[in-house]
Design a protein. Structure first.
Length: 352
């Protein structure tokens, strides 16, 4: 897929604009702080309805602006509007009520300088990576994941209130927890089934791309918090006292871990920063490959200084894997990359 046109107003530090993008390579250059990453963020928001920087919608609003509006055309026409009073999403003129009905309309992958935290960060960041990668391939997974998280929040509230003696541990509370157990098991196992389906391809992709960039001993392993990635009510019942003592649900897909290993040892502990950055890029490449295989079309790639520390040979190897439309934001001088946009203090100018 190709994003042909992007227009925006009131978003971050960017001046009101409308630009036409090249179907293959687009270079976005400028000094640090000019707004390069903000432009990529606008494209990502147009595809996903949220920021890849984990920023809330209100943080994206330009200083003193009452609203922001994004519009883009890529086979379909999407419009997103946000103000303090409302958030509206339109796709081909049709209002979208739930974000889960919108995510995936435009296949997109972000390669960010902060992706190193996929390797050295907390387990939650790797789970988010896995969930986002699969959700972009499968709306069924996204719907089940959203429902699982909703039930999880309700179940945690009950466990916390029992722990804090706000409600008594009696037959009524027990029946309430059992009803949540049934739903948690149902949706948790739906999540597990799709993770089993897609994880192998992601893990193999990471290993292959790392080997291509001279890191042949890298592997990704899945460590589940329940045996065989299969939740049962009986399993939860046997651990009821432990969960009440913790005041939260401590078993299930939300507690699993992806282990990034080098020769069987944790890369976050035993790898160099350079190795960690290469593996983070490989994780995004694996996400890209899996998404394009599932969608049977090219995705849109956003590069946010993600390759700034690669040597010339690894950079060439990395770029060879990127087919289709690329938006590359960098302070580097790169000749003959494609259509060139230069940003100064939020103002975007096409230079060729």
């Amino acid at each position: 897929m190709v994003l042909e046109r992007l227009s925006l107003v009131g978003f971050r530090n960017l001046s009101e604009m409308e630009i036409m993008l090249a179907p293959e390579r687009n270079l976005i250059s400028g000094v640090n702080g000019a707004g390069k990453t903000n432009l990529l963020e606008a494209v990502y928001y147009l595809a996903m309805g949220k920021s890849f920087r984990k920023a809330g919608d209100g943080e994206l609003l330009q200083f003193n602006a009452r609203f922001f509006r994004l519009e883009g055309t890529a086979q379909h026409r999407a419009v997103l509007f946000y103000s303090a009073d409302e958030k509206k999403i339109m796709l081909d003129g049709r209002p979208i009520r739930k974000l889960s009905d919108f995510i995936g309309w435009m296949p997109i992958v972000i390669f960010s300088f902060d992706d190193i935290w996929l390797v050295r960060g907390e387990p939650r960041q790797r789970r988010d990576y896995l969930d986002t990668a699969i959700a972009k391939m499968s709306r069924h997974y996204l719907v089940n994941l959203v429902e699982y998280r909703r039930i999880l929040r309700q179940r945690n509230r009950i466990l916390e209130e029992i722990r804090d003696h706000k409600i008594s541990w009696d037959d009524k509370a027990g029946r309430l927890l059992e009803s949540f157990d049934e739903s948690l098991v149902l949706y948790g196992n739906e999540v597990y089934e799709e993770r089993k389906t897609h994880f192998g391809g992601l893990a193999q992709g990471v290993a292959d791309f790392c080997a291509q960039m001279d890191l042949p001993q890298i592997s990704i392993a899945y460590r589940a918090s329940v045996p065989d990635q299969l939740m049962t009510a009986e399993f939860l019942q046997k651990r009821r006292a432990q969960e009440i003592a913790c005041g939260r649900t401590v078993f299930g897909p939300h507690r699993d871990e992806l282990l990034v290993l080098k020769a069987g040892r944790p890369l976050k502990t035993f790898g160099s920063e350079g190795e960690q950055r290469v593996v983070a890029l490989a994780m995004r490449l694996a996400e890209m490959t899996s998404l394009e295989r599932a969608r049977r079309e090219a995705s849109i790639k956003l590069l946010d200084e993600a390759v700034s520390e690669l040597d010339r040979r690894r950079l060439a190897s990395f770029l060879e894997n990127l087919q289709g439309q690329v938006l590359f934001a960098t302070t580097r001088e790169i000749n003959d990359f494609g259509k060139h946009f230069f940003i100064t203090d939020g103002f975007v100018k096409e230079t060729n």
